[in-house]
Ligand binder design. Structure first.
Ligand code: ASP
Length: 305
């Protein structure tokens, strides 16, 4: 089936008419640019790992999405980014949480994987590692957008607002299978608006929001992170693919059912070494896109897209 790249830009309450025309079009342009960046690598015989990093870097720079520039604010009005990357070849992984000054958190996660003996670094230590190894540093102002400030003010005024009604934009992620049949996954996020007390979501937790295993699949999740952590959703999807005969479609549906049963909201994207690709979500919409050697480039936002 050749190479395939799938991306997401978050799941939430997006319905036609809820987004402005400018938001809708802006997100589609951003998703297309991210797909093109990753596809250029895969088309040249590059690795799934390089492709997912490249796609996520584009989305991190795009203020339409809650990652890098355009990240949501914490309760205190700061930006704290989480990200992870995983290589299905040897299940090597790197992740960072609560990082405040790195322009491309996904690349810092990759550096944790390749330039440190660890898998997950957090907060001040991760910031120090980032500066020490020469990752591009930016001021907090660089991440800031007026729309995220408005969302923080809104949620502070209505603290019981349900997850998906508060959320129109989210986390970003990419999964890919390359020509050689290796898979990789990456996820990057500002987390949840008004998060407090050093809260860390599922995105940087290997096995919760991000996982890649050449024996099964690569998966990147978006949604109410606490539920994904409780489910160990990303790893469980891969474990079910390895240990049962259910196949990708049934397994993806079963994982959405598990999420729904716990009261969780969101979705995920997944590809297998065989080249199967699937997205699934229980919210009204999910920013998403796919392109492959035998798949025309497609971006979508709403359920019915
Ligand atoms: N899953 C992310 C988190 O809980 C949020 C999102 O997907 O938008 O941090």
């Amino acid at each position: 089936m050749g190479w395939t790249l799938m991306i997401h830009g978050g799941a939430g309450s997006m319905r036609p008419g809820v987004l402005t025309e400018a938001e809708d079009q802006g997100a589609r342009v951003g998703l297309t640019a991210a797909l093109e960046a990753g596809a250029a690598i895969l088309r040249d015989g590059g690795s799934a790992l390089d492709a997912v990093e490249a796609a996520v870097r584009v989305l991190e720079d795009d203020p339409h999405f809650n990652a890098g520039r355009g990240s949501v604010y914490t309760w205190e009005g700061r930006i704290e980014c989480d990200a992870a990357i995983m290589d299905g070849r040897g299940r090597e992984a790197g992740a960072i949480a609560g990082v405040t000054a790195t322009r491309h958190p996904v690349s810092l996660a990759r550096a944790v994987m390749t330039q440190s003996p660890h898998v997950l670094l957090s907060s001040a230590g991760a910031d120090a590692f980032s500066a020490h190894i020469g990752q591009e540093q930016v001021a907090q102002d660089w991440f800031a957008t007026p729309e995220r400030r408005r969302q923080l003010d809104e949620i502070k005024a209505h603290p019981d607002m349900p997850f998906d009604s508060a959320m129109k934009y989210g986390t970003v992620g990419a999964v890919a299978v390359d020509e050689a049949g290796h898979v990789a996954a990456a996820t990057s996020t500002g987390g949840l608006t008004a998060k407090r007390w050093g809260r860390i979501g599922d995105s940087p937790l290997i096995g919760a929001g991000t996982y890649a295993d050449d024996r099964a699949a690569a998966i990147s999740c978006t949604g109410s992170g606490e539920h994904y952590i409780r489910l160990g959703l990303a790893h469980e999807l891969c474990a079910r693919l390895r240990l049962t005969d259910a196949g990708l479609d049934a397994t993806a549906d079963a994982m959405v059912d598990e999420l729904t049963a716990l009261g969780g909201k969101g979705g995920f994207i997944t590809v297998t070494p065989k080249g199967e690709a699937r997205w699934a979500f229980n919210t009204p919409g999910m920013y998403r896109g796919v392109v492959g050697q035998e798949r025309p480039l497609k971006v979508a936002i709403y359920d019915e897209d």
